[in-house]
Each structure stands twice: as structure tokens, then as C-alpha cells.
Write a protein that binds this ligand. Structure first.
Ligand code: HEC
Ligand code: HEC
Length: 211
């Protein structure tokens, strides 16, 4: 093989690789996901948005990339939650992608913030402007002004969750308890490390009312 053909081959391979890296996750089939979701409804609700316990997350309206990635992390134990990992035993990559696609296809819900006007205004300043003195980046830059997330980047929607779930997750990122992969998890650990308990509480309330 001449030098020129091998260079041509390497170029073709790298173009192919760069194309595939944009679609690293298999596309899911919502109908196939729905067929598997009967067991999930026991905890996350029939509509994926009425979890049976306030500390359980809502899944409806969440983006597919984020959902599928979290399912992969529960299955591998990287996000180490026995309750969830037990649901995914024996499921293939395609099953996880189908479940992600199904829940992403359902409409999300939102509620109303309960805090005082002062707390809501302080939370909004943090959410939209961050706190530079403590290295807290503006939440809105990744999760959007309305908490809808960024579906393409796989940044999660955060509106529509209960206050309790959001408080637990932010605290767990801060304390290094929520297992994630480095690329995505380090973004949130960095942000959460500068937040006080009080800031987490008012942010979680404010976010629950975003839509
Ligand atoms: C026995 C109750 C239970 C069942 C059944 C269950 N889950 Fe969960 N799920 C949970 C809990 C609790 C969490 C939150 C874990 C944590 O604390 O981080 C969770 C978290 C999740 C998350 C992460 C959401 C986020 O915003 O990060 C996804 C996705 C998920 N579950 C999907 C599913 C799917 C799909 C099924 C069915 C195959 C299922 N769950 C069945 C209890 C359950
Ligand atoms: C640089 C981008 C970025 C910024 C800024 C950011 N986040 Fe995140 N956030 C992410 C990513 C990525 C994840 C998913 C990480 C993972 O896989 O665990 C996430 C996850 C979360 C979750 C967990 C969602 C769930 O369903 O479990 C919450 C809650 C959250 N962020 C709230 C916030 C708040 C509040 C702020 C501002 C104080 C903020 N984020 C700032 C990127 C960001």
C-alpha cells in the first residue's frame, strides 16, 4: 500500500469517527421503551411526572441524552443507587436508550415556588448571574433561563423536580456523593462546591417553579 493510500484511509477513518462521536448514544424507540416502563411507573408514576415519594425524580420531559446516560451510569454502578441499579439488571444498551426516548417523549410538569418574594429574588439572582466571588457559574448558562436544560448537550432539565430531590442532588454533588462521569459531573461539582445550604434551599424552591 502506498503512503498516499494509507493517508487517505486514515483520513476517512478519522472523518467517520468524528461523525460517530456526535451520536455516541444509540437512538431510542419510545414505543419499545413504553413496553418496558410498567415497572418504572411503580416509583416514577404512570405519567413519569408523579413520583410516589418526594425524594424520587420526575422523568417526563427530561431530555433523552441525559436520561440514557444516567441509566447507563446506574447500570454500571457509577451512579451508585441500589434501588435504581436493581431495575436495570439484564437490560441491553438498546433497552436503556428506548427507556430514555420514552420518558423524553412525555410532557413535563411544573409547580409553583413557595418561598418569600425576597428569597425568590435572591435565588433568581444566583440562578441567572451566579456568584463570582465563590466560583458559582450562572445556572442559566447550562440549564437555560427556564430550567429546560440543553437537550443536545445532554444538560438536564431541572424544572419540574420536587424541592427535596433538587436539594439532595445539589448537596450530594457538593459533598462528592453523587457518582457521575468526569466530563459531566465535574461541571456540577465545581458549581455546587460554592453553594451554602441556605442557597441550595432557595434555589431548589425557585427552580421548582420555573417553566
Ligand atoms: C423502587 C423504586 C424505583 C423504581 C421501580 C425505578 N426507579 Fe428510577 N429512581 C428511583 C430513585 C429513588 C431515584 C433517585 C436516585 C438518587 O437518589 O439519585 C431514581 C432515579 C432515576 C433516574 C435519574 C433521574 C435524574 O433526574 O437524574 C432515571 C433516569 C430513572 N430513575 C429511570 C427509571 C427507569 C427507566 C425505571 C424502570 C426501568 C426506574 N427508574 C424504576 C427509584 C425507582
Ligand atoms: C457548566 C454547565 C452547568 C452549570 C453552570 C450548572 N449545571 Fe447543573 N448540571 C450540569 C450537568 C452537565 C449536569 C448532569 C451531571 C451528571 O451527569 O451528574 C447537571 C445536573 C444538575 C442537577 C441534577 C439534575 C437531576 O435530574 O438529577 C441539578 C439539580 C442542577 N444541575 C442544578 C444546577 C444549579 C442550581 C446550578 C447553578 C447554581 C447549575 N446546575 C449550574 C451542568 C451545569
Amino acid at each position: 500500500m502506498s503512503v498516499r493510500t494509507s493517508i487517505a484511509k486514515i483520513t476517512t477513518i478519522s472523518i467517520l469517527l468524528s461523525l460517530f462521536s456526535g451520536v455516541a448514544l444509540a437512538a431510542g424507540d419510545p414505543a419499545a421503551g413504553q413496553a418496558q416502563a410498567i415497572t418504572c411507573a411503580a416509583c416514577h408514576g404512570q405519567d413519569g411526572a408523579t413520583a410516589i415519594d418526594p425524594s424520587y425524580p420526575n422523568l417526563a420531559g427530561q431530555n433523552e441524552v441525559y436520561l440514557t446516560r444516567q441509566l447507563q451510569m446506574f447500570q454500571s454502578g457509577q451512579r451508585d443507587v441500589a434501588l435504581m441499579s436493581a431495575q436495570l439488571i439484564g437490560k441491553s444498551e438498546q433497552d436503556l436508550a428506548d427507556l430514555g426516548a420514552y420518558y423524553a417523549s412525555l410532557p413535563g410538569k411544573h409547580s409553583q415556588a413557595q418561598g418569600s418574594d425576597e428569597d425568590i429574588a435572591a435565588a433568581e439572582r444566583l440562578y441567572k448571574g451566579g456568584d463570582m466571588s465563590k466560583g458559582v457559574a450562572a445556572c442559566s448558562s447550562c440549564h437555560g433561563p427556564n430550567g429546560a436544560g440543553n437537550a443536545q448537550a445532554g444538560f438536564p432539565a431541572i424544572s419540574g423536580q420536587s424541592v427535596g430531590y433538587t436539594v439532595t442532588q445539589l448537596t450530594d454533588y457538593r459533598e462528592g456523593r453523587r457518582g457521575t462521569n468526569d466530563a459531566y459531573g465535574s461541571m456540577m461539582r465545581g458549581v455546587a462546591s460554592g453553594l451554602t445550604d441556605g442557597q441550595i434551599a432557595i434555589l431548589a424552591d425557585y427552580i421548582s417553579g420555573l417553566h
